[in-house]
Design a binder for this molecule. Structure first.
Ligand code: PBG
Length: 347
């Protein structure tokens, strides 16, 4: 026996395999034919920050993101609309002097957000404007709800303020209001308030399963909206009495049932990456569109690793967002939206 024959005996040239999955991966053309999930520009929502100042200020904790002036914001919305990004959600940094225990400024029909909505709608009428409904940017205690003297987050009075906030945004021309506060019953109350005032066309994107997550850190820095200690009352340091426990998924179904019954048009899971199973669970249990929020900490993880040269930013972002789509999200809120739009159009 020659040396060659011996090798052939040990390693046969051809296995008799009835199925060879690699055939479906052989060329780009074949791979694109059998690809199960697509990531499209139309599925992205771009979150933007604004403040009342005249300057556009880079946000240190979120490299690549800016706290816009109203004027700068309008310019940015125009810029991204040319890339195909036509859905935005806006978050305000409110002047310290306007913050109160009851978050009154949230209800001001002439406040920063109503003004911004009008200016965006004037400049880009086709852009879908989504607003955040919650008190944390307006509340001197830094919570999404009103904090009592005893340090309790008061559900029902907060919901009344949230309804007024939603009405102020609807009156200014918001297309969708997105309650991110996690108070009980707020979706139904906001729906009723909108309908009663004739805003039956304004949609509700409910933060259905919003978890008490460490990944919101950079966002709270950007808005200066973290819970604040207070000498006069015991303000809770975290949001665990209203945001969900990261250990729970059945509880997300309970929230889903309520938000559906209360009239939500879109349901959301937040954060996205660490909660892919929750996205999948909601997808399998509702006919409503499911959104997922790729939050500030998830953004920063990729940004900082890429800046250090440790990750290929484009490849990592596209894979992460595709994974969120594969888990079952129809819509993704992501700070990477404009960049992704550019990447997707030069594939
Ligand atoms: C608060 C709100 C938060 C985010 C969106 N709305 C922070 C929080 O709940 O403390 C986080 C978004 C992000 O981290 O990107 N209503």
């Amino acid at each position: 026996m020659t040396q060659d024959d011996e090798a052939a005996n040990e390693f046969p040239m051809s296995l008799e395999l009835p199925s060879r999955p690699r055939r479906n991966r052989r060329t780009p053309a074949i791979r694109s034919m059998v690809r199960e999930t697509q990531l499209e520009i139309g599925q992205l929502i771009y979150p933007l920050f604004l403040h009342a100042d005249q300057e556009d200020t880079p946000i240190a904790a979120m490299p690549g993101q800016t706290r816009w002036s109203v004027k700068g914001l309008v310019k940015e919305v125009k810029r991204v609309s040319k890339l195909g990004i036509d859905k935005i959600v806006i978050f305000p940094k409110i002047d310290e002097s306007l913050k109160t225990e009851n978050g009154d400024e949230a209800m001001n029909p002439e406040g920063l957000i109503p003004e911004a909505i009008q200016r965006i709608k004037d400049a880009c009428p086709d852009t879908c404007v989504i607003t955040d409904i919650a008190l944390d940017p307006y509340n001197s205690d830094g919570h999404d709800g009103i904090v009592s003297e005893e340090g309790e987050i008061l559900n029902d009075i907060t919901v009344a303020v949230l309804c007024e906030q939603a009405l102020a945004h609807a009156a200014a021309g918001a297309d969708i209001v997105a309650p991110s506060d996690m108070m009980d019953g707020r979706v139904g109350q906001i729906r009723a308030a909108l309908d009663e005032d004739g805003y039956t066309d304004v949609s509700i994107m409910a933060y259905t399963a919003k978890y008490a997550s460490a990944f919101y850190g950079p966002f709270r820095g950007a808005l200066d909206s973290a819970p604040k200690a207070n000498a006069y009352k015991p303000v809770p340091k975290d949001k665990r009495t209203y945001q969900m426990d990261p250990a729970n998924v059945r509880e997300a179904l309970r929230e889903l049932e309520l938000d559906e019954a209360e009239g939500a048009d879109i349901v959301m899971v937040k954060p996205a990456g660490p909660y892919l199973d929750v996205i999948r669970t909601l997808r399998e249990n509702t006919t409503l569109p499911v959104a997922a929020y790729h939050v500030s900490g998830e953004y920063l993880m990729i940004k900082s690793a890429a800046a250090a040269g440790w990750l290929d930013e484009r490849a990592a972002v596209l894979e992460m967002l595709l994974g969120i789509r594969r888990a079952g999200a129809d819509v993704i809120l992501t700070y990477f939206a404009p960049q992704v739009a550019e990447w997707l159009s030069d594939r």
